[in-house]
Design a protein around this ligand. Structure first.
Ligand code: SAH
Length: 217
C-alpha cells in the first residue's frame, strides 16, 4: 500500500476530505458518485495558480469568465442523474470539464456542448489528456438546440440556467429518461429533475441553486 499522499497524486488527501466533509456530510450517499469523486483529479480542471483552492467548498473562477461548480453541486447533480453505467448522456455547458469527466466515469457515452470556443478548447485538452476519447464527443455551439444527430439521450444535464427548459432538449430526451437542470432567473433558480414517461413529464424540485445563465449566441 502506498501512502495516499504521493508525488503522482498530491491531492489524494484533499479529495478524500472534500468528499467526507462537504458531500457525505450533506447527505449524498451514491457510492459510485462518492468513489469517483475521491479519485478524479479535480485540481487538473482549474488553472495552475488556483490548484490550492480546487477542493474548497465553493465554486471557483477558472478564467475566461467560466466557473467550476462547487463540489457539492457536481455531486448533487450527478446523483440526481441516477447513472448506472450504460446511459447516453448530453451535457450543456462543458465549462472546466470536471462534470464531463464525472459523467464519462459513470455513464456509457457522453456528448458535451460548450458555447465558448476558448473554454471548450481548455476543457478538451484536459479531458483528452486524461484519456477520455472514444466515448466522449465535444462540440462548440449553442447547447439550447441540443445535439440532434445523437439523440435520443437517456440523461441530459444543464450546467447553465435557462429561464425555461428549451423544448429541443426535452424533445431529445428518451422515454424513461431524466433531464436535470437549474431553471429560472439568477435571483430565484431551482434545480429541477424532469422525468419523461411517453408524452408526459414529471418534475421534481431539488432545491435552490445559483448557476450562470444559459447564454444566447
Ligand atoms: N459544470 C461546469 C460548469 C460550467 S459553468 C463545471 O463545473 O466546470 C457553465 C458553462 O456553460 C460555461 O462554460 C458557459 O460558457 C456555458 N454555456 C453558457 N451558455 C451556453 C449555451 N447556450 N450552450 C452551451 N454552453 C453554454
Amino acid at each position: 500500500m502506498q501512502s495516499s499522499e504521493t508525488l503522482s497524486d498530491p491531492f489524494a488527501t484533499e479529495r478524500r476530505l472534500m468528499v467526507r466533509d462537504q458531500i457525505v456530510a450533506r447527505g449524498i450517499g451514491n457510492p459510485r458518485v462518492l468513489s469517483t469523486m475521491r479519485v478524479l483529479p479535480r485540481h487538473l480542471f482549474v488553472p495552475a495558480e488556483e490548484r490550492v483552492h480546487a477542493h474548497e467548498d465553493r465554486p471557483l473562477p477558472i478564467g475566461l469568465g467560466a466557473t467550476i461548480s462547487q463540489p457539492l453541486i457536481a455531486a448533487t447533480m450527478t446523483e440526481a442523474l441516477r447513472l448506472e453505467g450504460l446511459e447516453r448522456v448530453l451535457e450543456i455547458g462543458t465549462g472546466s470539464g470536471y462534470q464531463t469527466a464525472l459523467l464519462c466515469e459513470l455513464a456509457g457515452e457522453v456528448w458535451s456542448v460548450e458555447i465558448d470556443p476558448a473554454i471548450a478548447a481548455a476543457a478538451e485538452s484536459v479531458l483528452r489528456g486524461l484519456g477520455y476519447s472514444d466515448r466522449l464527443h465535444l462540440r462548440v455551439g449553442d447547447g439550447r438546440s441540443g445535439w440532434a444527430d445523437a439523440a435520443p439521450f437517456d440523461r441530459i444535464l444543464l450546467s447553465a440556467a435557462p429561464q425555461r427548459v428549451p423544448k429541443a432538449l426535452l424533445d431529445q430526451l428518451a422515454d424513461g429518461g431524466r433531464l436535470v437542470a437549474p431553471v429560472g432567473p439568477p435571483s430565484n433558480q431551482r434545480l429541477l429533475a424532469i422525468d419523461r414517461h411517453g408524452e408526459e413529464t414529471e418534475t421534481l424540485d431539488l432545491g435552490r441553486v445559483r448557476f450562470v445563465p444559459l447564454r444566447r449566441p
